[in-house]
Design a protein around this ligand. Structure first.
Ligand SMILES: [Cu+2]
Length: 277
């Protein structure tokens, strides 16, 4: 604790500065605390109670530890010691974890179910393939193939079929929903839905090599009519073999290693497009 008024003042003046990293994470194109779809909202609603409960548990354990350090030792009879230790084992080792797990499952299972693919209807399907270090995005039924760019309609569920061409990546658009792994030889399906039109940002969230940090995804959500018009226009203008923007790796092929065992071509940023602020 500060021992002088000047020290107390300097601590107080530092508090806003120390709070900046915390508050800065509350909004922005990649914040889970600023959800823009039902699945992302479920994640946020689960995250806040977990943070609050974890904070109380930390405070309680710390307080118990301080009390234990400060209290004078007492002699307990064997029966007393047994009764006290049994109370802690039953309360802290059985009742508390059981209540926590039941509460978490009560919230988590229905929320997880709302992120799974729908069985009753066939929503729009988009195929996403991760590769070092880019996202190939294909729209089945059309010749449109994009790199590091995903277009969605607002207000309806979309099934994102995610796989990988090389190592394990993880597809994540934090403001729209949870992440899902992109695993070679396997296709995982994630249900995403955006409330309304806007720009978002996704990021590979599984370390996949030196270009991992640059493996970003620009997400544009259109209105329903705007999406149909965009897809029709891109389908009409897409060249044979895919609509891959200039400057990206043709067809998503991996660049050759610089030398046997050497590093691949350094990653490039998203096809020249600016990210939303
Ligand atoms: Cu990665």
């Amino acid at each position: 604790m500060p021992s002088t008024p000047a020290a107390a003042l300097s601590v107080q003046s530092m508090l806003p500065v120390l709070a900046v990293p915390w508050l800065a994470a509350c909004e922005g194109p990649q914040s889970i605390l600023d959800p823009a779809g039902p699945a992302a909202r479920d994640v946020t609603l689960l995250w806040w109670p977990m943070l609050i409960v974890a904070t109380f548990v930390l405070a309680g354990v710390t307080a118990a530890w301080i009390v234990a350090m400060l209290r004078r030792p007492r002699d307990f009879s064997p029966e007393e010691a047994k009764r006290i230790s049994r109370r802690w084992v039953i309360g802290g080792g059985i009742l508390l974890p059981t209540a926590s797990i039941v509460l978490l499952l009560g919230f988590g299972v229905p929320a997880g179910d709302r992120m799974l693919p729908l069985r009753s209807e066939a929503p729009l399907r988009i195929d996403v393939t991760g590769r070092q270090w880019q996202w190939d995005v294909a729209y089945p039924g059309s010749s449109v193939v994009l790199v590091d760019e995903l277009h969605l309609p607002a207000g309806r569920p979309v099934h994102i079929h995610v796989t990988s061409a090389d190592v394990i990546h993880s597809f994540w658009v934090p403001r729209l929903g949870p992440k899902i792994d992109a695993v070679p030889g396997r296709t995982n399906v994630l249900r995403l839905q955006a409330d309304e039109a806007g720009s978002f940002r996704g990021q590979c969230s599984e370390f996949c090599g030196t270009g991992h940090a640059h493996m970003v995804l620009r997400v544009q959500v259109h209105t329903e009519a705007g999406f149909s018009a965009w897809l029709a226009e891109r389908t009409a203008t897409a060249p044979a073999g895919g609509d891959v923007p200039a400057g990206t790796v043709p067809g998503g092929a991996l660049p050759a290693p610089a030398a046997p065992g050497g590093a691949r071509t350094p990653p490039r940023l998203v096809s020249g497009a600016a990210f939303p602020p």
